[in-house]
Ligand binder design. Structure first.
Ligand SMILES: C[S@@+](CC[C@H](N)C(=O)[O-])C[C@H]1O[C@@H](n2cnc3c(N)ncnc32)[C@H](O)[C@@H]1O
Length: 280
């Protein structure tokens, strides 16, 4: 069977399963399987797919039909135009988290030329690696409670040549680090525990530790806000990703803790996604 036939057939299969982006998924999986770029499919749709690749592709299609995220199947996800290794030990980096990176870069103009930055909950390394590539003089520390996530972040940092500038440490939130930092950034877990059963199957394939944070999804934010001041310089920034509907409660928590200059940013889907504030 040729490329066009295989993609059309797989797209129909995925659509019948109710997957939200059937053609994209089919193309991304086939491109990874053939170790090529999706643009090649439009140039040479008539190319035959060798039998060994067809067999592997069929196995991958089966995994996708069972709900596994495309990125876990291919083992890779692009973030900030950087290819990153991903697996079930980490959250799949989301495009909306690029808003968090953009906000840190916006704040960077108010920071020293060689800022000390801490990321809490580094996961695959997406945010820290993006920041290290954009801010070549930044010194970045990054923590995660999951040693398996840290191992993958290390692989990704090495792949992008920034492992010498990101100190990766295992532990609970700030526990492994010493401040003060110019900026603390985090995309913490923010899904309310009661919502877990209603999540799409592919999200439930991701580590619970990366998803869930107490009854209203703000348990980890609240700890970051409460303890952040002890790790920030005066005038330093706390910059957090958040879920829909959490902005009001987090603004109140930041004000109560004594932060100023609180700003909420929307993602490209129009949802409030990032909140940042300045330590007094
Ligand atoms: C939503 S994921 C974000 C991963 C990555 N920064 C990204 O944006 O793709 C949250 C991460 O926080 C980590 N985490 C959860 N609780 C933590 C804690 N108490 N201390 C440190 N890291 C924690 C999880 O293991 C997970 O890697």
């Amino acid at each position: 069977m040729n490329i066009r036939g295989l993609i059309d057939r797989t797209t129909r299969t995925f659509a019948q399963e109710g997957l939200p982006t059937p053609r994209l998924d089919a193309e991304v999986l086939l491109a990874a399987c053939l170790q090529t770029d999706r643009s090649e499919f439009y140039i040479h749709p008539e190319r035959e797919v060798p039998p060994d690749r067809r067999r592997r592709f069929a196995r991958w299609v089966g995994r996708r039909r069972r709900g596994q995220p495309v990125a876990y199947i291919t083992g890779e996800k692009e973030f900030w135009s950087l290819p990153l290794a991903v697996g079930p030990q980490v959250l799949v980096p989301r495009p909306e988290t690029e808003i968090l990176v953009e906000e840190v870069l916006r704040l960077a103009s108010s920071l020293p030329a060689d800022p000390r930055i801490l990321e809490v909950g580094v996961g695959s390394g997406a945010v820290s690696i993006a920041l290290a590539t954009e801010l070549p003089r930044a010194r970045i520390a990054a923590t995660d409670i999951s040693p398996d996530a840290l191992a993958l972040a290390r692989v990704n940092a090495r792949r992008h040549g920034v492992d010498g500038r990101i100190a990766l440490m295992a532990g609970d939130l700030f526990e492994p680090v010493r401040g003060p930092f110019d900026l603390v950034v985090s995309n913490p877990p923010y899904i309310p525990e009661g919502s877990y059963d209603g999540l799409p199957v592919e999200v439930r394939c991701e580590p619970r530790l990366a998803l869930l944070a107490g009854p209203d999804g703000t348990d980890v934010h609240r700890r970051l806000i409460a303890d952040g001041g002890r790790y920030l310089k005066a005038g330093g920034w706390l910059c957090l990703e958040m879920g829909e509907g959490q902005g009001g409660r987090l603004t109140a928590a930041l004000e109560k803790a004594g932060y100023t200059d609180i700003v909420r940013r929307k993602d490209y889907g129009g949802r409030e996604r990032v909140i940042r504030a300045r330590w007094r």
